[in-house]
Every structure is written in structure tokens, then in C-alpha cells.
Write a protein that binds this ligand. Structure first.
Ligand code: F0G
Length: 441
């Protein structure tokens, strides 16, 4: 069991370390931090996790996040001590991550041109606030509780704020959310209100909102829960944990995510790197990140500019140049998939590390490809939002390009539920759409 944990700067030239009870999401030189564990957990825990799932007697065993608590034990508690769990770990009655695992979806496999046995999609929208964010928000909220924080703060394209608001209400603490005004799905906005969060409208996009919220956190002493928070990343590792557990810890060939701020990509890379190092998996799946065509910074940097992790010394000049050019040209992210309408992905550096580790790839898909894929997911009896359609649209494209083989084993993450009810209505009312079923009278 992990009994000792610390924070460490990810930059190879810096490498500063901090105790776990540190509120800052950066080292003093402005680099991102990782949670590091000193002990390798024994793989006999695989049995424990399965047993907890099937015979869960506590909310922490039922939780799809805390079931794996030995692998994310930054709180450094005795994980079998029920009182210590209840005192320390935040949980929404065990609901976070409980409903999500990989599913076969025959219509999706047909659409992607894959062998149906090899394609799995994992609906993270079936979390209590309706998106994958709950996996990481529950761990960030736990760290906030460890620090005795009374206010959390985030910027959001909608799902982060819904999740943060939900856990803040559950903990009885304040939550400020910075929202790009008019750019988030109505269902997401209404959740933030419903959970009693304080909305702060930002006249700009997500990148502007993130900057405002980080400035506010610095001056107002609030605790940031965006995915640059390393404890968010720890909880989101349970997304690949659940996928791998379902596959008997046999690594698939690919894990596929939509790419926005790149917290998912970063957490998947960290999870795979740790599991491989501990000998829990024998190979590292390739990570594919799917950007929207109109919000393609990672693709532009990775494929266009050749930016790489470079052993913890990425060429920051390339990124600065790219952003300066975007600003000079007035180029703003542009896609109807508002969840991933992001021009400056905050976790780009950790994502580069994940791509390096996993021999990953980055591609882009169009809005209409995402909408088709979203609609095809629906034909399997599952619900997802437009940005989640990027995973399936990306798999289809990679199969078409011969990068993914039709017989590979692939897990695509469906990141969130539909929270913009107008989108499917609009899609199906237009007979020109490939999978539309227009109404009749
Ligand atoms: N899919 C959905 C449904 C999302 O809400 C997000 C991000 C992503 C994908 C991208 O994930 O950032 O890990 O690459 N939404 C954030 C928010 C930015 O504020 O809700 P990522």
C-alpha cells in the first residue's frame, strides 16, 4: 500500500518538491506538479478491487474512484480503516465513477469499421453530475478538505463547473465559477445555478475565463479545481483503471479521448506509466487525442510544429510563438462542441509526456463528424454530448487512415452526457444528416 506521497515539479530542469498539503497548483517557478508515491502497490490488490465492486459494503468500496484508493492514496490513510476513509475522503454516496465501464456498441463498431468485439466505449457521462469530471473533482475536493479550504474556484466550458458546484454543495463550501458568457450548454449552466455556485460571466472564451479564475484564486485565497490541479489528475486516473480492470488488466491497443484542456490525456498517461512501472500491465496502450478542427492547438503543435516532451524539456518557445501568432491573427477556437472549444490547453506539457510514453497520436475531426458519431452512440442506447462524439469520430478516422487496425482492441471514452437538448433535435430535423431520423406527422 502507498503510505507516503509528495508533490514534484514535472520540469526536468527544476524538479522542486513539496509536501502533499500544498495548495498551489504550480511550483515556485510556475511549472506543473505531479503527485508521486514512494511505494509500489502489490498487484494482489486487483482481487480486492473486484471484490469491493461486487460486494461493496461501504460507499468507498462502491465508488468507482475510491475502490482503487490504494493507487491514489495521496491522503496517506489506512485505506482499510472505515473511519479514516469517512473522515478524509469526499464521496457523493459512492456514486462517482460507479456506473462507468467499457461497453460494446455494435452500431458504433459498424460506423467505425471495426470488429465489434474489439471496440469498447466507456460512458463517463453516467457520473452523478453527468461527465467524467466527477472522477477528478472528488479527489480535488478531498484535497481541499484536507487543507480546510472554504472556497473552490474554477473556469469552465460547463462540465467542470457542474461537478465543482455539486461537490462544493455536498461539502458545504463556496464555489465560484468563471464562465465564457453565452458559450456553454444550457444544461451545464443550469447545473451550476442549481448547486448554488456563484457564476462570474467572462466576456471572452474559456482561455480568458481560466486566466481570470487563476488570478482570482491567487488574490482571493481560493482553491483552484481546474485540471491543472494535480489532485484532479489523480482521480481521473480511475477512468483507465476501470477500463483496464474490465479487460482483466490486459492493456488494449488504444485508448481514445477528445482533447480540450488535456487533463484526461495527462491523467491517462500518468496512470499507464505507473501501472507499467509497477508491473500491473505488460504493455502501454497508445493514446489517441482527438481535437476539434476549429480548436486544434495540440494537433497544430504536435503534428505541425513537431513539439515534443523532450525528456521534460519541451521547447516552450514554440508554444509562445504559436500563441503570439494566434493573437496576432485574432484566431479564436471555433467549434459547436463547446466543451472542447479551447485555444490554450492548460495541460499541454503533461499531455506531451503522455503522448511520448504511449507513442500516441493527435488528429482533428470536423463538427459534422462529431455530430454523426454522437448520433450513432445514441443508436446503441447510450447518450453522449457532441465533444464526446470526437472519440468515436476519431476512431473511425484512424481506422480509415490505417492507423488503427479493424481488429485492434480500442477503448473510446465518452466524456459527458447530452446537456444541450437542442443539438439532437436540430440534427434529426435535418434530413441531410447521415443518421437523421426526421419527424413526420
Ligand atoms: N469532453 C467533455 C464533455 C468536456 O467537458 C471536456 C472538458 C473535454 C471532453 C475535454 O477534456 O480538458 O481533459 O481534454 N471540459 C472542461 C470544462 C474544459 O470546463 O468542463 P480535457
Amino acid at each position: 500500500m502507498q503510505t507516503s506521497a509528495r508533490l514534484k515539479c514535472i520540469d526536468a530542469r527544476c524538479g522542486l518538491e513539496y509536501p502533499i498539503k500544498t495548495a498551489s497548483v504550480h511550483c515556485k517557478n510556475g511549472h506543473f506538479l505531479d503527485v508521486l508515491y514512494d511505494d509500489a502497490p502489490d498487484d494482489s490488490l486487483k482481487e480486492t478491487f473486484l471484490h469491493r465492486r461486487d460486494h461493496g459494503s461501504s460507499i468507498f468500496d462502491e465508488s468507482g474512484v475510491w475502490r482503487f484508493r490504494e493507487l491514489i492514496n495521496f491522503a496517506q490513510i489506512d485505506t482499510e480503516d472505515a473511519d479514516a476513509c469517512a473522515r478524509t475522503l469526499v464521496s457523493l454516496d459512492g456514486a462517482e465513477g460507479r456506473q462507468s465501464r467499457p461497453y460494446h456498441m455494435r452500431r458504433a463498431a459498424e460506423f467505425a469499421g471495426m470488429n465489434p468485439e474489439g471496440l469498447f466505449l466507456q460512458p463517463e457521462g453516467y457520473n452523478p453530475s453527468g461527465s467524467f469530471k466527477d472522477n477528478g473533482m472528488v479527489t480535488a475536493a478531498t484535497h481541499a478538505r484536507m487543507l480546510g479550504v472554504t472556497k473552490i474556484v474554477c473556469a469552465s466550458t460547463g462540465n467542470t463547473s457542474a461537478s465543482a458546484g455539486m461537490f462544493a454543495a455536498n461539502e458545504g463550501i463556496e464555489c465560484d465559477v468563471y464562465i465564457p458568457e453565452g458559450m456553454i450548454a444550457p444544461g451545464k449552466l443550469s447545473q451550476a445555478y442549481q448547486f448554488g455556485a456563484q457564476i462570474i460571466h467572462v466576456d471572452g472564451n474559456f482561455d480568458d475565463a481560466l486566466k481570470r479564475s487563476l488570478d482570482a484564486a491567487k488574490t482571493g485565497g481560493a482553491y483552484t479545481v481546474n485540471s491543472i490541479n494535480p489532485f484532479r489528475i489523480e482521480g481521473q486516473k480511475t477512468i483507465p483503471f476501470r477500463a483496464l480492470e474490465y479487460l482483466g488488466w490486459e492493456a488494449p491497443d488504444w485508448i481514445v479521448y477528445p482533447g480540450g484542456a488535456l487533463g484526461n490525456t495527462s491523467s491517462c498517461g500518468k496512470a499507464l506509466s505507473e501501472l507499467y512501472e509497477w508491473g500491473w500491465i505488460k504493455k502501454i496502450p497508445r493514446i489517441a487525442v482527438i481535437n476539434a478542427e476549429g480548436a486544434s492547438t495540440l494537433s497544430d503543435m504536435y503534428n505541425g510544429a513537431g513539439l515534443r516532451w523532450n525528456a521534460g524539456r519541451p521547447d516552450m518557445g514554440l508554444i509562445e510563438e504559436h500563441y503570439a501568432k494566434m493573437d496576432a491573427e485574432g484566431r479564436l477556437p471555433d467549434t459547436r462542441a463547446t466543451a472542447i472549444k479551447i485555444g490554450r490547453p492548460a495541460n499541454m506539457i503533461k499531455a506531451l509526456r503522455a503522448l511520448e510514453l504511449s507513442n500516441g497520436c493527435v488528429i482533428t475531426v470536423s463538427d459534422s463528424e462529431m455530430l454523426d458519431a454522437m448520433s450513432v452512440v445514441g443508436l446503441n442506447g447510450f447518450d453522449c454530448e457532441m465533444a464526446s462524439g470526437a472519440s468515436l469520430a476519431g476512431i473511425k478516422k484512424l481506422v480509415g487512415d490505417g492507423v488503427i487496425s479493424p481488429d485492434d482492441t480500442v477503448v473510446g471514452i465518452l466524456t459527458g452526457r447530452q446537456k444541450d437538448p437542442t443539438l439532437p433535435v436540430e440534427y434529426h430535423e435535418n434530413p441531410a444528416n447521415a443518421f437523421a431520423r426526421p419527424p413526420r406527422s
